[in-house]
Design a protein around this ligand. Structure first.
Ligand SMILES: Cc1cc2nc3c(=O)[nH]c(=O)nc-3n(C[C@H](O)[C@H](O)[C@H](O)COP(=O)(O)OP(=O)(O)OC[C@H]3O[C@@H](n4cnc5c(N)ncnc54)[C@H](O)[C@@H]3O)c2cc1C
Length: 631
């Protein structure tokens, strides 16, 4: 998702409480941060500003335990009898991500500005995946994205998504002047590769720059045979590696085998090239080349297909749904990625929560979290609240209301809503909506969200990157697969650190998958890994990786890293139904389409309901879910 200069993005190719961790002892200790004293919690409303908390974030401790307890016991009664609150809301939204916030927005548009809405979320911050990571260093603010980064491919967005973005003040045209996409190129920086000694015999950071594949390969710590194969893979556009097959047969073959199998058995590349390529798809698909049908890699423009005589748009449904090519540049993001979309939504829903009225001024606006949940506003956003039960109190058709029970600070509470939109994760819904028909529960449980780690380190300066001539690094053997400098964005009061002497937020991504297992098994294992890995492990790996890459040019991890925030997302990217072994679903049978059917006054939003991990899908699903509700 963060591959600079890549015009063709995931969108072109992608057409539960899944893991219960029993008896899990989380070893995540209070986060330790260099040069910062970390507050383990919040003492008062004035201190409550979650973006500034460093350490282990994302699905932070305190956010997931109630849901896992429910999944283990399958009985909301384990939390005790809920205390009833006397408020009747028009709408209760479960989940405060972009989809839940959008549902509140659409509901107000449909039913009027005075409707009473309560949004419940289990995290200590709003935005779901679209949260902000903020650092304050020597009195200056630096920021990055905790998860959702780009408004990807807006030319493909629906009218509803465009309208919502406009409603909250986003003018997409403005990003061309706020995003400086040529800064690094103009400074002579380009993509690099880090080869680690464990997998390639020695540690070496290389910059490809304008070198040809032949010249570049000669520098790589690989055997001569592997270098030749790598050059062949990237430059040979004439060999037909599927001889004797018609165009349709080729597409069928590529749809049925993984890219790994294609490279190994048909292109016949050297083992070391397979090691080099294994994580090539991590950022895009959240899994390695063993879990992705070769046809998707063909459509993504990965190497090895040039001599097959297939056109990129010329495929049948075996490889997934047809798609329109997204040619939008990757310029549509705020300094905090898409967290500013969440912030703009919250600012428009809850008056007085933050100053300002433009898409630019929201970036530096300090949000007053104590205003999120008061009786002064018709929309309330209640954090640290895990919903454990949603039940119609009248008939499950159009009469009555919905009881929503949630746990906050270990205690259960019950609120009533005329309507409820489930903008949480699909696999959670069967646990908390006992009334849903069994086939709908099965469909909702089908998907397996992808585990992801996005970490951020604030470094004192980025001279080491500048000296090495790299702004983004693919690390095929290392703990973190991608390491890259923040993308240059300047927005009203937020000045990007364009001088290498300035501090910089560095992004790290890790996809904890285990090649060789079926994709869903890999995702389940990955969730377990994420919830059992202490902050110190991430911290040590960040220090180790930066030290090994940049130590030779004077980088000292202990001295130069100022702070670290690790956003762990055991339930990360939406499952997109196109991994290896996935059936070729008909629209009406696809689990996300079956699972999102309305149930009386309860409807289902969130990006899982659209089967795609995108901002606009989260918005579109919210729109549909609200449209399904009537008085
Ligand atoms: C690391 C990462 C990077 C991404 N990058 C991009 C990108 O660059 N561009 C893009 O378009 N998309 C990206 N995505 C996809 C992203 O998921 C969507 O774009 C969008 O932000 C999803 O919004 P959502 O509201 O549907 O889900 P979420 O953001 O997941 O929000 C759902 C909320 O519901 C809460 N919830 C779940 N269960 C309960 C419960 N029982 N009670 C209360 N609350 C509950 C969750 O904790 C969460 O806060 C990324 C995803 C991840 C994980």
């Amino acid at each position: 998702m963060s591959d600079k200069g890549r015009k063709i993005t995931r969108r072109d190719f992608l057409n539960g409480m899944g893991v219960t961790i029993t008896g899990l002892m989380l070893s995540a200790s209070p986060a330790r941060v260099f040069g910062f004293t970390l507050k383990p919690g919040f003492d008062s409303a004035t201190e409550y500003y979650p973006p500034l908390v460093t350490g282990l974030r994302g699905s932070h401790d305190g956010s997931w335990e109630a849901a896992h307890k429910l999944a283990e016991s399958k009985d909301p009664g384990v939390f005790g009898a809920p205390a009833d609150t006397d408020t009747l809301y028009d709408l209760v939204v479960v989940g405060g991500g972009i989809s839940g916030l959008s549902a509140a927005h659409f509901y107000r548009k449909k039913f009027g500005p005075d409707v009473k809405i309560l949004i419940l979320d289990n995290h200590d911050d709003f935005g779901g995946h679209a949260t902000r990571v903020e650092f304050n260093h020597n009195g200056q603010t630096w920021m990055g994205f905790g998860g959702t980064q780009f408004i990807e491919g807006p030319s493909l967005f629906s009218t509803e998504s465009h309208t919502l973005l406009r409603d909250i003040g986003i003018d997409l045209n403005r990003f061309s002047s706020t995003t400086d996409s040529t800064l690094y190129d103009n400074m002579g920086l380009s993509r690099g590769h880090f080869f680690d000694r464990e997998h390639f015999g020695r540690d070496v950071l290389l910059r490809q720059g304008s070198l040809s594949w032949t010249d570049y390969a000669s520098l790589l710590p690989m055997s001569e045979a592997a270098r030749k194969d790598l050059v062949r893979l990237y430059t040979d556009r004439s060999t037909n590696y599927l001889p004797g097959q018609s165009s349709i047969m080729k597409q069928r073959t590529l749809g049925q085998i993984s890219y790994h199998e294609y490279l190994r058995d048909h292109v016949k590349v050297h083992e070391e090239v397979l090691t080099y390529m294994q994580k090539n798809t991590h950022d895009t698909f959240g899994i390695g080349i063993d879990g992705i049908p070769a046809i998707r890699c063909f459509r993504l423009g990965r190497p090895g297909f040039g001599g097959l005589g297939l056109k990129r748009g010329n495929y049948n449904s075996i490889g997934g749904e047809a798609s329109v090519t997204n040619t939008d540049p990757n310029i549509y993001h705020f300094p905090d990625g898409c967290a500013s979309i969440s912030r703009l939504l919250v600012r428009s829903l809850i008056p007085g929560v933050a100053p300002g009225n433009t898409m630019e001024d929201v970036v530096m606006a300090r949000f007053n979290y104590s205003r999120l949940d008061t009786d002064q506003t018709s929309v309330r956003l209640r954090l640290n609240s895990t919903v454990i039960k949603v039940e119609s109190t009248g008939r499950s058709d159009t009469s009555g209301s919905v009881d929503v029970t949630y746990v906050k600070d270990g205690k259960p509470y019950r609120v009533k809503g005329k309507h409820t939109v489930m903008a949480c994760w699909n696999h959670v819904i069967p646990f908390i909506c006992p009334e849903l028909p069994p086939e709908q529960k099965i469909a909702l449980s089908y998907s397996e969200k992808l585990p992801v780690i996005y970490a951020k380190a604030l470094i004192r300066n980025w001279k080491a990157f500048y000296k090495m001539g790299v702004d983004r690094i693919y690390c095929p053997g290392s703990y973190f697969v991608n390491v890259q400098l923040a993308r240059p964005v300047n927005m009203e009061g937020y000045n990007f650190p364009s001088d290498p002497e300035q501090p910089m937020v560095v992004h790290f991504s890790r996809f904890p998958v285990t090649p060789g297992m079926p994709p869903k098994g890999q995702f389940r294992m990955g969730k377990y890994e994420l919830l059992t890995t202490p902050f110190e492990t991430f911290e040590e790996n960040i220090k180790d990786q930066l030290g090994r890459m940049f130590g030779p040019v004077g980088f000292d991890a202990s001295r130069d890293i100022e702070a670290i925030t690790v956003s762990r997302w055991p339930h990360g990217y939406t499952y997109e139904y196109a991994y290896l072994g996935e059936p070729d679903w008909k629209y009406e049978d696809k689990p996300c389409n079956v699972g999102r059917k309305p149930f009386g006054r309860i409807t289902i939003a969130n990006s899982d309901a659209g089967g795609k991990a995108y901002v606009n899908v989260a918005i579109d699903q919210a729109h549909r879910a609200v449209e399904e509700l009537s008085e």
